[in-house]
Design a protein around this ligand. Structure first.
Ligand SMILES: [Ca+2]
Ligand SMILES: [Ca+2]
Ligand SMILES: [Ca+2]
Ligand SMILES: [Ca+2]
Length: 506
C-alpha cells in the first residue's frame, strides 16, 4: 500500500498534469539567445515573461485552430511550415467550391480584400502576428511560437497599409466560426465598428469562440475605440520590459489584461517592412529586420500583445479542450500577474498574462471584481456619484465598496509649527490616520451584480469626509466562497462642488 503522503502527492500531480513536467528549452536560437540586435534583453523576452518555456511538452489534445484576421500570411516562410496552417479538409484545388461554403478553392483561408483564395501577406503585419502564435518550434531555426501545436486559419482582410473594410472583417469572423476556429485574433486599428461586425462578434461569442482584440496604440482610453467595443471580446493592452503599461497602449476599464508588446521578435514576411510603411518618423528602412537572412522582425504594439494572448489561449485550450470560451477568459484573467494598484485597475486591467497562472486557475472558482467608472448626476443642488462595475462569479460570497483620499494627497504628519500643542499635534495625527483608512461606501452587496451601479453617494458627503482633498481612491472588494477576496481599484478626482446660484450683487 502506498503511504498516505505519497498518495496525496500522486493525486496532486494528477490534478496538475501541465505543471508537473520539467522545463525544457526549445532549440530555436532566438528562444534562448539575447542581444541579436544589440539589445540588453533576451531576443524572445516576451515568451520568457509569459512563462511559455516552463512546459514545452506538446499538449495531448487536438490542435487548436486560431483564426488570424489580418493582412494575410507569408506561408512560404521556412519557420511557419505548412503543418502550422489550417487546411480546409473539404476543399480541393480545382476551381470549384467543393464544400459549397461560397468560397472557391479556399484551401487555407480566404483573401477578403481581393476576394480570392490566396491570402498572401504583402504587408508583414499578419505574418508577425501568426509567428508569435504558432511559429515552428524546436526546429533549430529562428524563433519559438507560444503554441507550437496551434493551426493558423489565414483570413486576409487588410491591404498593405493595414486598412480593412468592415464587411470583410464581419465575413472573416463568420468564416472562422463556420470552420471550427476556437480563437480569433483581431489586431486591427479602426475607430468605428459597424452593426455587421457587432453581429458577427456576438455570433462568435454564442458559438463559444474567444475573440482576442488589440486595445489599440493611441495611448488613450480604449473604451472610445473601435474593436475594443465588440461584444464578448477579450481586450489586450501592451506591457513593457519593466511590466508596466507601454506608453502607447490604450488603457481604461475596457482593457482586460496586458501582454508584452514592446520590441517583440517574430517572423518577417518576404520583402516587407511594415514599420517603414506606417511612416514612423526617424525609422531607417529595414531597421527592424533581424537575422542574416532578414527572415525575422521586431515590432512594438498592442497587435503583438494580443497575438501572444491568442497563443496562450490556444495553449491552454490544447491542454483543457473541454473549456468553453468563457472558461478560457476566466483562467486567462484569474491567472494574470497583478500589476499596478492591487486587483483590477484602469491601467493594467487584470495584470500581465501568464501561462502557468492560467493553467493553474480554476474557472469554477472565479469571481470578478471590476470597477468600471463613476457616473455623475445632478438632482436639484445635489451632485450624486454612481459607482459602476461588476462583482460576480460562481465563487461570489459578498462584496463591499470603500473609499479613501489618495494616500499621496494626505500629509505625512502635522505641520512643523512650534505653536502647536502636544494635544493639537495628536489630534492632527489621529485625523490623518482616519483619512488614510478605507471607509465604507454604502451597504455591502449580498448579491452579485454585473455591469451595474454598485453604490451611490452624494458629492457633499464625500467632500465632507476629506478636508477638501479631491484625489480619491475607490476599491471594490469581493469575498469568495472559500474565504479569499479579490479587489479592483479606481482613482478619481472629485469635481468641485456646484457654484452657488448667482445673486446679482457682483
Ligand atoms: Ca469552398
Ligand atoms: Ca475547390
Ligand atoms: Ca523555430
Ligand atoms: Ca492591478
Amino acid at each position: 500500500m502506498m503511504p498516505r503522503t505519497a498518495r496525496l502527492l500522486a493525486g496532486l500531480l494528477l490534478a496538475l498534469p501541465a505543471l508537473a513536467v520539467g522545463a525544457a528549452m526549445p532549440d530555436d536560437p532566438y528562444a534562448t539567445g539575447s542581444g541579436a540586435w544589440g539589445q540588453a534583453h533576451a531576443d524572445q523576452w516576451a515568451l520568457e515573461r509569459l512563462r511559455v518555456y516552463t512546459d514545452m511538452t506538446p499538449p495531448p489534445g487536438e490542435p487548436v485552430v486560431v483564426a488570424v484576421i489580418d493582412t494575410g500570411i507569408d506561408y512560404t516562410h521556412e519557420d511557419l511550415a505548412a503543418e502550422r496552417l489550417w487546411h480546409n479538409p473539404a476543399e480541393q484545388r480545382n476551381r470549384r467550391d467543393d464544400d459549397g461554403n461560397g468560397y472557391r478553392d479556399d484551401l487555407i483561408g480566404w483573401d477578403f480584400v481581393d476576394d480570392d483564395p490566396n491570402p498572401f501577406d504583402v504587408s508583414g503585419h499578419g505574418t508577425h502576428v501568426a509567428g508569435l502564435i504558432a511559429a515552428c518550434t524546436d526546429n533549430g531555426l529562428g524563433i519559438a511560437g507560444v503554441d507550437p501545436t496551434a493551426r493558423i486559419m489565414t483570413l486576409k482582410v487588410a491591404n498593405f497599409a493595414g486598412q480593412a473594410a468592415s464587411t470583410a472583417v464581419a465575413a472573416a469572423i463568420h468564416y472562422a466560426v463556420d470552420h471550427g476556429a476556437r480563437i480569433i485574433n483581431l489586431s486591427l486599428g479602426g475607430e468605428v465598428i459597424t452593426e455587421l461586425e457587432r453581429e458577427a462578434a456576438r455570433r462568435a461569442a454564442d458559438a463559444g469562440v474567444l475573440l482576442v482584440v488589440a486595445a489599440g496604440n493611441k495611448g488613450l482610453d480604449a473604451g472610445r475605440f473601435g474593436y475594443a467595443g465588440l461584444p464578448g471580446a477579450l481586450i489586450v493592452g501592451a506591457s513593457d520590459l519593466e511590466d508596466g503599461r507601454a506608453g502607447f497602449s490604450n488603457f481604461g476599464a475596457d482593457v482586460d489584461l496586458l501582454a508584452p508588446g514592446v520590441d517583440v521578435l517574430s517572423l518577417r514576411a518576404r520583402d516587407t517592412d511594415f514599420i517603414g510603411l506606417s511612416g514612423a518618423p526617424d525609422y531607417p528602412a529595414g531597421g527592424a529586420t533581424v537575422g542574416e537572412d532578414a527572415g525575422y522582425y521586431r515590432a512594438s504594439g498592442t497587435s503583438f500583445a494580443a497575438a501572444l494572448v491568442s497563443g496562450l489561449a490556444s495553449r491552454v485550450l490544447a491542454v483543457r479542450p473541454d473549456y468553453r470560451a468563457d472558461d478560457l477568459r476566466r483562467v486567462l484573467l484569474a491567472g494574470a500577474v497583478d500589476l499596478d494598484a492591487p486587483g483590477t485597475d484602469q491601467t493594467t486591467g487584470h495584470g500581465r498574462a501568464d501561462l502557468i497562472g492560467a493553467l493553474g486557475a480554476d474557472p469554477k472558482d472565479y469571481v470578478e471584481a471590476r470597477l468600471t467608472g463613476v457616473d455623475l448626476s445632478l438632482d436639484g443642488q445635489q451632485v450624486w456619484l454612481a459607482f459602476t462595475g461588476t462583482a460576480a462569479g460562481d465563487a461570489f460570497a459578498a462584496a463591499r465598496l470603500e473609499v479613501r483620499p489618495d494616500p499621496e494627497a494626505v500629509p505625512e504628519g502635522p505641520p512643523e509649527d512650534r505653536r502647536l500643542s502636544r494635544r493639537e499635534r495628536r489630534e492632527i495625527e489621529e485625523r490623518l490616520a482616519a483619512l488614510r483608512a478605507w471607509q465604507p461606501l454604502g451597504e455591502p452587496l449580498a448579491e452579485p451584480a454585473s455591469d451595474a451601479v454598485l453604490a451611490r453617494r452624494s458629492l457633499d458627503d464625500l467632500l465632507a469626509m476629506a478636508d477638501g482633498i479631491t484625489a480619491w481612491e475607490v476599491r471594490l472588494v469581493v469575498d469568495t466562497a472559500d474565504g479569499a477576496s479579490r479587489e479592483s481599484r479606481l482613482r478619481m478626482a472629485l469635481p468641485p462642488p456646484p457654484a452657488p446660484p448667482e445673486t446679482g450683487d457682483e
